[in-house]
Design a protein around this ligand. Structure first.
Ligand code: G3P
Ligand code: MG
Length: 247
């Protein structure tokens, strides 16, 4: 039996967006090329329930045209270039989650899969993500599911209790410990500015893994490692190279 693989200390946020277009297959290849062990990406659904990789509900911020994904069918994504803001980068389609999972598995990358709550029903969203994981036989030991939405995480707990779950929070809620118990969390993912010594200590003493996002300057979180931080989710994994060996 394969053992669970703990996410690496440095996770590329949406791939490696400081070097390549975010949440694209080319971006994930770039992350692997520079030696990143795990990447984070965001998932939502098309109109027919196909899971796709996108941070936003629409494509306009990164793409060459604006589509509302919940109203798009797969064929309507033809010609969409999600690298439109990087003129020197080749065209990147909006990735289907299944294609992405196949690529990440082939590259040996671990995956922090963030499920975005863009108002879709939690059971539909979660079952579509789980179907993609099943269809591609993505290894669960290489996977951590995260979300800002407690109802999405509760749905994951219901449908796939054995998959690891991480709760994303901006600020740490007073009842974080209770939430962690209710959702049987593996990890808390807290905005780095909301962490301090006492909070890191309390979270670590609870037995949870602790990841901070989106920290881009190693110096700003340098002391966190000594306090017990497990990992950073960053746009600049290349700046954190020396962290890989810290124990
Ligand atoms: O997983 C950390 C980070 O991705 C959460 O924020 O908005 O970039 O998805 P966002
Ligand atoms: Mg995210």
């Amino acid at each position: 039996m394969t053992s669970l693989n703990t996410p690496s200390r440095v996770t590329g946020h949406r791939g490696v967006p400081s070097l390549a277009p975010e949440n694209t297959l080319g971006g994930f290849r770039k992350a692997a090329e520079i030696g990143v062990g795990w990447i984070e990406l965001d998932v939502t659904l098309l109109a027919d329930g196909t899971p796709v990789v996108s941070h936003d509900a629409t494509t306009g911020r990164c793409g060459n045209r604006n589509e509302l994904l919940q109203q798009c069918l797969p064929a309507e994504l033809d010609g969409l270039n999600m690298a439109a803001r990087l003129p020197d980068w080749p065209t990147e389609p909006l990735p289907l989650l299944t294609d992405t999972l196949v690529l990440l598995h082939r590259l040996g990358l671990g995956l922090n899969l963030e499920i975005k709550d863009h108002g879709l029903p939690a059971p539909t969203l979660v079952s579509a993500v789980l179907a993609a994981l099943d269809q591609t036989a993505f290894p669960s030991e290489q996977l951590l599911i995260s979300s800002f939405s407690r109802s999405l995480l509760a749905e994951c707990q219901l449908q796939a209790p054995l998959l690891r779950r991480g709760l994303l929070v901006d600020d740490l809620p007073c009842d974080w410990h209770q939430q962690a118990q209710q959702l049987a969390l593996f990890s808390l993912h807290v905005h780095w500015r909301q962490l301090n010594y006492l909070r890191v200590q309390a979270i670590k003493q609870s037995g949870l893994k602790l990841y901070c996002w989106t920290a881009n300057e190693p110096a700003e979180i340098a002391s966190f490692w000594h306090w017990g931080l497990d990992g950073v989710i960053t746009d600049y994994p290349q700046r954190f190279n020396e962290i890989h060996d810290v124990e």
